[in-house]
Design a protein around this ligand. Structure first.
Ligand code: 6R9
Length: 651
């Protein structure tokens, strides 16, 4: 039975001091969970009171996951503005409180932005956008490094009702172009260059390259970061530093309906090109702010640091929107964990007196390899709470994080969620939940997980299955931009009437959830989500490649590595040079974080007689689990498997 295995795991009780100080202790957690069950409308109405509404809503929840009557609406007739909730309403008491601490890549350089300054900056950027013709509902692409201007640009869009689409600065020109085209944005905000780990990233040059395929873009606003001399196209490109001189530092906020779009964020799925996940105004902000307070036991003014890039959903919800809605001091870090040394994270914690620190397991595993020394030589005494997100954390890394970084004093919240869910859905609460290393513990009040078998039948008790959610929450995505049908088919048809997460999970006898990873063709590389189909289509776009199949395999630092099986065109010789070339090719086509770890040339791929590639077999080979290849008798040509096994490449 499953449970035997689970009961071995060590349990870390809630520290007494935490139970006392917590906004929600164990009893409170139970009460909230019961309350939302008995009176959902009352519960959700109360949760949304944390925001300032220009016009109150009359109904909190209005949802059906059934195809005949499919709709997801929260607080639908309420009116509010996100930038007002993140800035203006804090001004009377906190004009001079630091909103953003910017820690640059260079450890000698940092800056702070107060709420008062943030207000003026956001208004200026909003006015610049308006002057360039941006109106409510228009899409604005943001391709910026981790500098305060990135948060300013997002909030400026929110102020005037424009819909932002932030594209991670690590994406290639091609990936950027695809995202600009898909949402048809006429304007791009970028920087001359980004800086990471002592190296520059040619953001403006990437934009120029991307725009060769985006004739619809009329305006490029360039924020100066390095002052590099970059080409400027007259009539199209302008420096923000010039534009902002011409506008006022006040800007009336646009009253937005709760269900008006706030942003689009592209994410990888199991098929086709990345999907534009659309989030709306009222529900998203309610959920980002509520979970930021609950999960991190957050009180206004505390110094909160989420290391994620704003190009990913974690950066949206826990660098910008959640913290700022809660009047936080949020740290924005431009650099990388190991530059200039493996002590960097902890030095930044000491320098800015960080109280709550939130990062990805891959960073922890990478730092763990350098041993305890780089951690031990810092103080970290300001730290009270640690968090992880993005992928399952292995118990070894969890224990190291707990013992070495947190000195057994700081609870760890392992937060499970997705781009689609807007913010956290399952996590321990530091004052309420005993911790089990590697488990994201329990659903937050109002979240209804269900495990189902392949046929969609509900599974009870301690068991593994496919993870669904049977009901909505305010921060749920509302559609795939431009393709509502794809939204419904992707998430609500595998198991009709339920949202399918794409994750597998195990529930133990205590009702704790353990995410086992994706059950679809999505892989998670260093916490970055990638579709194997995307990498395959990048590979087959190469002139030498006839066919490709990509799978993930366990990687000690990245979580998963990228293993590519590539069939070359008939007249192409399989050389080491070509192998390296193909890795570089994918890197350039998608972005550096998508570079394959392994390329194995395959004269043939294992296919069924109907031509379907049997990925199960390829996964086993990539994992080096050759004893257990399963039934290969249904293959069109079973001998291809022998060739693949004999020529397996070690990373
Ligand atoms: C927030 C974010 C979502 C996928 C998700 C799951 C994995 C995220 C996790 C986790 C185990 C956790 N994931 N958090 N797995 N434990 N605490 O990462 O969004 O980039 O959309 O990725 O990441 O597989 O389905 P996103």
């Amino acid at each position: 039975m499953e449970c035997a295995q689970v009961s071995d795991s060590e349990v870390f009780p809630v520290p007494e001091a935490w139970a006392k100080r917590a906004l929600m202790d164990a009893a409170g957690f139970e009460a909230a969970t019961r309350r939302v069950d008995q009176d959902p409308e009352g519960y959700w109405t109360e949760v949304a009171q944390r925001l300032d509404w220009m016009q109150p809503f009359t109904q909190a929840k209005d949802v059906s996951f059934h195809r005949e009557d499919f709709h997801i609406r929260w607080f639908a007739d309420g009116v509010l503005n996100v930038s007002v909730n993140c800035i203006d309403r804090h001004l009377p008491e906190r004009r001079d409180q630091v909103a953003i601490i910017w820690e640059s890549d260079d450890p000698e350089v940092y800056d702070t932005v107060t709420y008062g300054q943030l207000h003026a900056e956001v208004c200026r950027m909003a006015n610049v956008l308006k002057a360039r013709g941006v109106r409510k509902g228009d899409r604005v692409t943001i391709y910026l490094p981790m500098i305060p201007a990135a948060a300013v640009a997002m909030l400026a869009c929110a102020r005037i009702g424009a819909v932002h689409s932030v594209v991670f600065g690590g994406f290639s020109p091609d990936s950027l172009a695809g995202r600009i085209q898909d949402c048809d944005s006429r304007i791009v905000i970028t920087a001359d260059e980004g800086v990471r780990g002592g190296k520059t990233v040619p953001l403006k040059l990437n934009v120029d390259e991307a725009l060769k395929d985006c004739p619809g873009v009329e305006d490029v606003i360039v924020v100066r970061r390095t002052q590099a001399d970059v080409p400027m196209t007259p009539g199209r490109d302008a420096y923000y530093s010039e534009l902002k001189k011409t506008v006022s530092d006040t800007c009336d906020p646009e009253p937005m309906n709760a269900e008006d779009p706030l942003f689009i964020l592209y994410t990888s799925g199991s098929t086709g090109k990345p999907k534009g996940v659309l989030h709306t105004t009222g529900g998203y902000l309610t959920w980002a702010a509520h979970t930021h307070e609950l999960v991190f036991d957050y009180r206004p003014g505390e110094v909160f640091w989420c290391t994620a890039d704003i190009g990913w959903v974690t950066g949206h919800s826990y660098v910008v929107y959640g913290p700022l809605a809660n009047a936080a001091t949020t740290v924005m870090f431009e650099g990388v964990p190991n530059y200039p040394t493996a002590s960097r994270f902890w030095e930044v914690c000491d320098k800015h007196k960080v109280e709550i620190f939130y990062t990805a397991p891959t960073a922890i595993r990478a730092l763990m390899r350098d041993g305890d020394g780089p951690v031990a030589r810092t103080s970290r005494k300001s730290l009270r709470l640690l968090g992880t997100v993005g992928e399952p954390i292995n118990p070894e890394a969890w224990l190291w994080y707990h013992r070495v970084v947190g000195e057994e004093r700081c609870p760890i919240v392992d937060t499970w969620w997705q781009t689609e869910t807007g913010a956290c859905l399952m996590s321990p609460l530091p004052g309420a939940t005993p911790l089990k290393p590697g488990s994201c513990a329990k659903p937050l009040p109002g979240i209804m997980p269900q495990l189902v078998d392949a046929d969609g039948k509900e599974l009870f008790g301690a068991i593994s299955g496919n993870l669904c959610l049977t009901d909505s929450w305010p921060g749920q995505m509302r559609t795939v931009y431009g393709d509502h049908e794809r939204f419904i088919t992707t998430y609500f048809t595998t198991y009709p009437g339920k949202y399918f997460t794409g994750d597998g999970a195990r529930r133990d006898a205590d009702g704790y959830y353990w995410i086992t990873g994706r059950v679809d063709d999505v892989i998670n590389v260093s916490g970055h989500r990638l579709g194997t189909a995307e990498i395959e289509s990048a590979l087959v776009a190469n002139e030498h490649v006839a066919e490709a199949a990509v799978v993930g395999y366990p990687h000690p630092v990245k979580g998963q590595g990228i293993y590519c099986f590539v069939t070359l065109k008939a007249d192409v010789a399989p050389t080491d040079i070509l192998q390296a070339e193909l890795k570089g090719w994918v890197r350039r086509e998608i972005g550096p974080f998508a570079a394959p770890d392994v390329v194995q040339f395959a004269p043939g791929l294992p296919k069924t007689r109907s031509g379907k590639i049997m990925r199960r077999i390829l996964r086993k080979i990539a994992e080096d689990d050759l004893t257990n290849l399963g039934d290969t008798s249904t293959l069109a040509d079973p001998s291809v498997v022998d060739d693949l096994v004999n020529n397996r490449v070690t990373a």
